[in-house]
Design a binder for this molecule. Structure first.
Ligand SMILES: [Zn+2]
Ligand SMILES: [Zn+2]
Length: 111
């Protein structure tokens, strides 16, 4: 049975989808990453390698104004990456509410 491996856009965990899994998935369905619990919506599922996901975004809370907002794949790509003092890779996010910048630690468990 063919297994499609997709990489979580947030934590790079590899998610395996069997043909059986995919047969049950429809465009618009949501997959949740086992590792970081990000939600991804299926945007294409036409068989073979023809499979696409769109990150629905992880929710995070701004440490400055306490507003919760969604971190999308675009925001992560646009965010400068840096390393915190303990060597953890963090993204420098800008809060859409108060415009404060803060470091967002990506849920990148050791794998
Ligand atoms: Zn993940
Ligand atoms: Zn804020």
């Amino acid at each position: 049975m063919a297994t499609l491996e997709i990489e979580c856009p947030v934590c790079a965990e590899v998610l395996e989808l069997t043909d059986e899994d995919r047969a049950e998935l429809q465009v618009g369905d949501v997959i949740v990453c086992d590792s970081c619990h990000s939600e991804m919506e299926v945007t294409r599922n036409d068989g073979g390698e023809d499979f696409e996901l769109e990150l629905l975004g992880a929710m995070t809370t701004c440490p400055n104004c306490d507003e919760e907002f969604e971190v999308t794949a675009e925001m992560l790509q646009a965010a400068p990456m840096t390393r915190a003092q303990d060597g953890v890779e963090v993204a420098l996010m800008t809060c859409p509410h108060c415009r404060a910048k803060f470091e967002l630690e990506l849920a990148d468990e050791e794998s």
